[in-house]
Design a protein around this ligand. Structure first.
Ligand SMILES: NC(=O)c1ccc[n+]([C@@H]2O[C@H](COP(=O)([O-])OP(=O)(O)OC[C@H]3O[C@@H](n4cnc5c(N)ncnc54)[C@H](O)[C@@H]3O)[C@@H](O)[C@H]2O)c1
Length: 449
């Protein structure tokens, strides 16, 4: 929250936003859907007020996601984008155009596989955002931190365990802050659930379930029109793992105080064989060679984590089966349960009928997080909240909103699940990236206004 803002004014604005949601809301998922619609339409209000020094951000990787993040940032007051980098000239030109269309000077451009280093060395940048392919996230983030730039990196922030270690070491050595841009941690309904948990409404959290079930085979891994490889296809050929492990876990870490009171102890992972890629090619591109080669990746990967404090988490991964999008978050506590798919809760001593679900919407409304005020942009407003907090942290030299321990642990599920699958579902010990600090660290996510 802007320290210059009058706190009472802030709460009034926030309360008005919540009331607006309540009036709009009717039906099971109305608060969420209205919030989504409102979020994408409303003019974003800068968290930090108007008359502030600009925050200057350089962009590396200006493909679909990079340009989406840029557009969100450019709609916030006081954000400048003086430099962009991409190896694809079309993506680079499109990014420059977005900046010019927003009324800013044409940004400096960098192309070529290592040109990002020159961008990161510029003196006129406060921060760098990286939205490149997965295997480039860590090398780029390491360079950026070493160049002294506060760094935001798309998901997953690391692809190997070695990269996880390198990130933590460099972060600790340089003192330059870095965060994984896990937007689902910032989704308004997930933040409301966090508020409820912190108020004890669900009791002690014993178990969560989370999923990333998103059919990306027909546009993201393979070109929608030709069936040819996009960069992600290579990972499906070489690895059998929970390839995209962070959107599921984003809110779970804060719900369960992972890295600040509890920690992942062991995990087991099981994968199905690969079926759906072959069926997809049979249906869509029957003669394409991509439908005949071997893929390591199984259709569905189920990972079960046991925590040091005796809790459990199921993490589903599924990006190649034909299906609508789903996260299936469930939070079980000793005093109740939240179920995202049903948009319902059951709370002992509160829910009107014994063992009957009741709608989540009134709870969402009542326990709306302060951060939901800056909800705008993609992913139901989560992108706007995340970027507002990122900019606020850079501007006021505060810690970034999502700790790097969180980004690294979420990402580590990728390589750890691959190890377990390769050994027939063997239980794998999770490395302690905090070096024991999880035992004494206090929860920090979404605590400040
Ligand atoms: N958080 C989210 O909700 C979300 C959504 C979509 C994608 N993503 C993540 O964003 C990242 C980018 O995904 P995308 O869909 O935009 O892919 P994309 O292919 O559209 O964009 C990636 C860009 O990186 C560029 N690039 C490749 N090598 C480079 C280099 N050496 N230097 C500079 N640029 C380079 C490519 O040319 C391309 O333009 C991925 O890591 C993905 O997982 C996150």
């Amino acid at each position: 929250m802007n320290k210059n803002l009058n706190r009472r004014d802030f709460l009034r604005v926030n309360a008005a936003g919540v009331t607006g949601l309540a009036i709009a809301g009717s039906g099971l998922s109305s608060v969420w859907s209205q919030n989504t619609a409102a979020a994408s339409e409303q003019t974003p209000q800068p968290v930090s007020g108007d008359a502030l020094k600009p925050v200057r951000i350089g962009f590396v990787g200006t493909g679909n996601r990079g340009r989406g993040l840029m557009s969100n940032l450019l709609s916030m007051k006081g954000v400048q984008i003086p430099a962009v980098c991409d190896i694809n000239p079309d993506a680079l030109a499109a990014a420059q155009n977005i900046v010019v269309q927003a009324g800013q000077s044409k940004p400096g451009s960098y192309s070529g596989p290592l040109e990002y280093q020159k961008l990161m060395e510029r003196e006129d940048l406060d921060a760098v955002i990286i939205a490149s392919p997965w295997d480039l996230h860590t090398p780029m983030a390491l360079y950026s931190m070493k160049a002294g730039k506060i760094t935001g990196v798309e998901v997953p922030i690391a692809y190997t365990l070695e990269e996880c270690m390198q990130l933590i070491e460099t972060w600790e050595q340089t003192g330059t802050d870095c965060m994984m841009l896990e937007n689902w941690s910032f989704r308004p309904d997930n933040l409301a659930v966090l508020n409820m948990i912190r108020q004890g409404l669900l009791g002690e959290i014993t178990h969560t379930h989370c999923a990333y079930s998103h059919d990306c085979i027909d546009h993201w891994y393979f070109d929608a029109n030709t069936g040819n490889d996009r960069w992600g296809a290579d990972f499906l050929i070489k690895h059998n793992r929970c390839q995209y492990p962070t959107h599921q876990q984003g809110p779970v870490l804060s719900w369960m105080n992972i890295n600040c009171g509890d920690y992942y102890d062991t995990l087991t992972s099981t994968a199905t064989d690969c079926f759906s890629i072959y069926e997809y090619f049979k249906r869509r591109f029957p003669d394409h060679p991509n439908g005949k080669r071997k893929y390591a990746q199984g259709d569905i990967v189920t990972t079960v984590v046991r925590t040091k404090k005796g809790k459990s988490i199921v993490i589903n991964f599924d990006m190649q089966s034909p299906r609508p999008y789903d996260n299936r978050w469930t939070v079980q506590g000793t005093a109740g349960i939240y179920n995202e798919q049903r948009n319902s809760v059951y709370l002992v001593g509160k829910s009107p009928q014994y063992h009957q679900w009741e709608p989540f919407d009134p709870y969402h409304e009542k326990h709306q997080h302060q951060w939901a005020q800056s909800s705008f942009g993609g992913h139901g407003g989560a992108d706007g909240i995340m970027l507002s907090r990122f900019v606020d942290a850079v501007r006021f030299k505060k810690p970034l909103p999502l700790n790097l321990y969180d980004g690294v642990l979420m990402s580590a599920i990728g390589p750890l699940s691959e190890m377990s699958i390769a050994q027939g579902g063997k239980s794998i010990e999770v490395p302690d990236f905090t070096k024991g600090k999880w035992q004494t660290r206090k929860p920090g996510f979404a605590i400040e206004g």
